[in-house]
Design a protein around this ligand. Sequence first.
Ligand SMILES: O=C(O)C1=C[C@@H](OP(=O)(O)O)[C@@H](O)[C@H](O)C1
Ligand SMILES: C=C(OP(=O)(O)O)C(=O)O
Length: 428
Amino acid sequence: MLKTYQVKPVTGSIEGTIRPPGSKSITNRALIVAALAEGTTQLTGVLDSQDTQVMIESLNRLGINVKHDPEKCTILVEGCAGKIPQSTASLWLENSGTSIRFLTALCATGTGEYILDGNARMRERPIQHLVEALKQLGVDVVCENDTGCPPVRVKGNGLSGGETAISGSVSSQYLSALLMVAATAENPITISIQGKMVSKPYLEITLGVMAQFGVTIDRIQPSVWRIHPQTYRRSIAYDIEPDASAASYFFAAAAITGGSVTVEGLNQDALQGDINFIRVLEDMGCNIEQSRNSITVHGCPLKGIDVDMNDISDTAQTLAAVALFAEGPTSIRNVGHIRHKETDRLTAIANELKRMGIKVEETEDSITIYPGEIHSATIETYDDHRMAMSFALVGLKVPGIVIADPDCTIKTYPHFFADLEKLCGQSS
Ligand SMILES: O=C(O)C1=C[C@@H](OP(=O)(O)O)[C@@H](O)[C@H](O)C1
Ligand SMILES: C=C(OP(=O)(O)O)C(=O)O
């Protein structure tokens, strides 16, 4: 375990090509849906990281045969045709939001008693809205400690169907979780979405993955969705695109150093909303070049922007790093929900920018960053992979940036620092 990582500044600009590992969001959805499917599915291009490992381990504990070949980036899933084999299981999800939310809904389709829990931070991350929605469908489910957070106990008896309402004001993952399991119910399930929905593009990922396995939904009204009983069909070879949130760090590296970075395996048609981070960089002055199977960001003089990042909030920290090298302030707005992630990300960004001597203004749901002289510093990462990966970018330009607890990137990108060094031509 490394205690710290000293970022090596680059001389000049970064020119290079990289293919980030597979998408976390797609890998974890494909695992859930393949587990529910009839027949054996092969997933290729999968992400191998803590968030996908806890998902795989949990599916195995539920009696679903999942075989992972990390070398080949493939996973074989023997689907259970909507019938979870195990009637009791205790699942440990570390701090993987997608895993605990999706698996809570999956357990509701089983017959038996399941407990889902995670690390200390996971016990502070809300899941109550999902619990409420499942209860309305007749599921016996509770937050064990009455905190609205894990641990969660689910007594499953299959889903019979019916109507439910769900709030999306804290996380879109609750609705994604419900959508994926709803097709297994005996009767249709109608879901009313209450109030505003955060992180909307992730719902399109959910629907896209479901569609790959042959399941569709009816959007009766914009906020009333119905899912009829349907069977997921195995996918013989489902290829998962690279992670667009991970790609944001490399696009940002081009922007910050005035270089050119090509990310392979992604284009504007990617399923992941975070691909639109390139539009933010474009608004700041970068040039974007696209091909059928790659995107290149060319760094140019940067200007600060005012941007609503509700849809792509996993890239808010990336933008915070880029903002330091722009002319004029940058405001990142409408991201109050990122206070419920791996850490309170708005406070974490503010603390660490201040540590480098940067002036910031933080509100309940936004942060404004005023570029200024950047001091060397050891950056605290709060067990948040995105703090580590984003703030490392600052060190490409500023000497003396040290990242504390760099191994926290295992959550979604275990080889991040090695890949960054390779891209920068720094590997030994
Ligand atoms: O559904 C998903 O795959 C995700 C949804 C987002 O969470 P919220 O919906 O909680 O904002 C995102 O931050 C997370 O990394 C992945
Ligand atoms: C918020 C994140 O993850 P999750 O909610 O899946 O734990 C993330 O990867 O930035």
